[in-house]
Design a protein around this ligand. Structure first.
Ligand code: ADP
Length: 431
C-alpha cells in the first residue's frame, strides 16, 4: 500500500509525532510512505513533473548504494534482509536525503514538488518538534469539486491509494467528502482521459483515516485532541510566571486563552493554575448579573488573605444572553468595583507553539500506529474512521459521527440551549 500523510488547518504540537509514527509504522508494515506538504494546498498542486520521475535519478543512485552495502554486509548477515525494507529505512525518497537532511525541515522548497516519498531517516527525531514540519495551509480550492478532482489526479499519478489527514473538524469534513466523492471524481478523470482504465480500476477506492489535531480539545467522541495537552502546559507556565508578579504587587490578572467554542483549555488551566474565576463558552455564569457574583467571590478570597487574583477567560466566553465576555471588560470591573490593580494578558499564539509535552508525543504515536492498522484493514464498506482516545484506550469511530456531534454542540450553544449542548459532551462536563 502507498500511504500519504498531510496536516491541515491550524497547527498543533504533536502533529510531527503523528507523521513520524505513521511513516515508521507504515514502513515496518511494508507500505511505501509519502508526505503531502502544505495540507490540501499541496494535494491540489501536486508535483510539477510527477514525484517518481523527479526522484528517479537519485533513487537509482541510492539503490546502487544499497546494493553495495548489502554485498558488503552479506557475510555478517545470517538472514537476507528485505531489500525493499532496507531501502525504505535508509533512503526513502532519496532526493530528500541528498545532503543527509530533509530539505523541507530547513524550510526550503522542493522545487514544485508537494507530494514526496519519505523514509525512516526523514522523520527521525520529529516527536520533539513543535508545529508541523510538513507544513499546513488553508486551501479554498479543496472546497470545490475541481480542486478535489485535481487532488485525486495527483494522488493517482503517484500511485497513492491511502491518505491520513491530521487536522481539525474542517479538515476532517473535507477528508470525508473527498473519500465519498472519490469514485465519481475518478470516473470524471477517466472520461477526460486523464487517467487510464487500469488506473481507474486500481484506484477504485480511496482508503482514508483522520487524526484530530487541535489545541482546543474541541472534537466530540475523543477525550483528547493532538496538541491540547501542550497548549494547556503553555498556559500553566504562563500562569506560573504571572503568579510571581501578581503576588509581589498584589495584583489581579485577567488571562485570555484560546477556545472559541470549547472551554477545555480555560477550565483545565483554571484548575491547574488555581484561578479565582474562570469563564468558558459552554457554561456561562449562572448567577446574574455575573459581575456581582465574580466580585463577591474575589472579594471573599481577598478577605481571607489572598494577595493575588487570577481570572481566566476563554476567547469565546459569553453570558447567558450570548453576549461576549471580554478580558478588558472584566479588568474594568475588577479595577472599578474592587479597586484592584488589574492587568490583561492575552496569551495568543504562545499557546500553540513550542515542544510537545510527553502526552503529545505518546498519544499521536499510539494513534499513528492505529491509523496505519485502520488503513490496512479498510474495505470500501468500512466508514472513514477518526482515530481518537476514550477512557485511555485508542479508538476508531466513524469520522462523520464525531464531526456531526461536535457541530451539534456548537449549534445548540448558539441557540441558547446550553444544557442540551452540554448533554452531548457527557454528564461530567456539567458539574
Ligand atoms: P480545521 O481543520 O482546523 O478546522 P479549517 O476549517 O480552516 O481548519 O479547514 C482546513 C481546510 O480544510 C480548509 O482550508 C479546506 O481546504 C478544508 N475544508 C474545510 N472544510 C471543508 C469542506 N466542507 N469541504 C472541503 N474542504 C474543506
Amino acid at each position: 500500500m502507498k500511504i500519504a500523510i498531510l496536516t491541515s488547518g491550524g497547527d498543533s504540537a504533536g502533529m510531527n509525532a503523528a507523521v513520524r509514527a505513521i511513516v515508521k509504522c507504515g514502513i515496518l508494515k511494508g507500505c511505501e510512505m509519502w508526505i503531502v506538504r502544505e495540507g490540501y494546498e499541496g494535494l491540489v498542486r501536486g508535483n510539477d513533473d510527477g514525484g517518481e520521475k523527479a526522484g528517479q535519478k537519485v533513487n537509482d543512485e541510492a539503490e546502487k548504494l544499497v546494493e553495495a552495502e548489502l554485498r558488503e554486509k552479506r557475510n555478517e548477515i545470517t538472514q537476507e534482509p528485505d531489500k525493499n525494507l532496507l531501502h525504505n529505512l535508509r533512503f526513502g525518497d532519496g532526493e530528500l536525503l541528498r545532503d543527509g537532511t530533509s530539505e523541507y525541515v530547513g524550510g526550503r522548497t522542493l522545487k514544485g514538488r508537494y507530494i514526496v516519498r519519505v523514509g525512516w531517516d526523514d522523520v527521525r527525531g520529529w516527536f520533539s518538534e513543535g508545529g508541523t514540519l510538513i507544513g499546513t495551509a488553508r486551501c479554498a480550492a479543496f472546497r470545490t469539486r475541481e480542486g478535489r478532482a485535481a487532488a485525486a489526479l495527483n494522488l493517482i499519478k503517484e500511485g497513492i491509494d491511502a491518505l491520513v489527514v491530521c487536522g481539525g473538524d474542517g479538515s476532517l469534513t473535507g477528508a470525508d467528502l473527498f473519500r465519498s466523492e472519490w469514485p465519481s471524481l475518478i470516473q470524471d478523470l477517466h472520461s477526460q482521459k486523464l487517467i487510464t482504465s487500469a488506473q481507474l480500476e486500481a484506484h477504485a477506492h480511496l482508503k482514508l483515516v483522520g487524526l484530530v489535531g487541535s489545541i482546543d480539545n474541541d472534537m466530540s467522541m475523543t477525550d483528547m485532541t493532538i496538541g491540547a495537552p501542550t497548549a494547556l502546559q503553555r498556559i500553566c507556565e504562563a500562569i506560573d510566571n504571572i503568579n510571581s508578579t501578581a503576588y509581589s504587587h498584589s495584583r489581579a490578572f485577567v488571562l485570555e486563552v484560546m477556545g472559541r467554542d470549547c472551554g477545555w483549555l480555560a477550565l483545565m488551566a483554571g484548575i491547574a493554575g488555581g484561578a479565582d474565576f474562570t469563564f468558558i463558552p459552554e457554561k456561562p455564569p449562572t448567577t446574574m448579573p455575573w459581575e456581582d457574583a465574580m466580585c463577591a467571590e474575589i472579594h471573599r478570597h481577598r478577605a481571607v488573605g489572598k494577595r493575588k487574583t487570577i481570572v481566566i477567560v476563554a476567547e469565546g466566553a459569553r453570558d447567558r444572553e450570548l453576549n461576549p465576555i471580554r478580558a478588558e471588560y472584566i479588568k474594568d470591573i475588577l479595577t472599578d468595583r474592587l479597586g484592584l490593580d488589574t492587568r490583561v494578558t492575552t496569551l495568543g499564539h504562545t499557546q500553540r507553539g513550542g515542544r510537545p509535552c510527553a502526552l503529545d508525543r505518546i498519544l499521536p504515536t499510539l494513534q499513528g500506529v492505529e491509523a496505519v492498522d485502520a488503513l490496512l484493514s479498510a474495505t470500501p464498506e468500512t466508514p472513514t474512521y477518526m482515530i481518537g482516545v476514550q477512557e485511555n484506550k485508542i479508538t476508531r469511530v466513524p469520522l462523520m459521527d464525531a464531526v456531526k456531534a461536535t457541530r451539534a454542540v456548537g449549534q445548540a450553544m448558539n441557540d441558547k440551549e446550553f444544557e442540551k449542548a452540554l448533554d452531548l459532551r457527557g454528564p461530567e462536563f456539567m458539574e
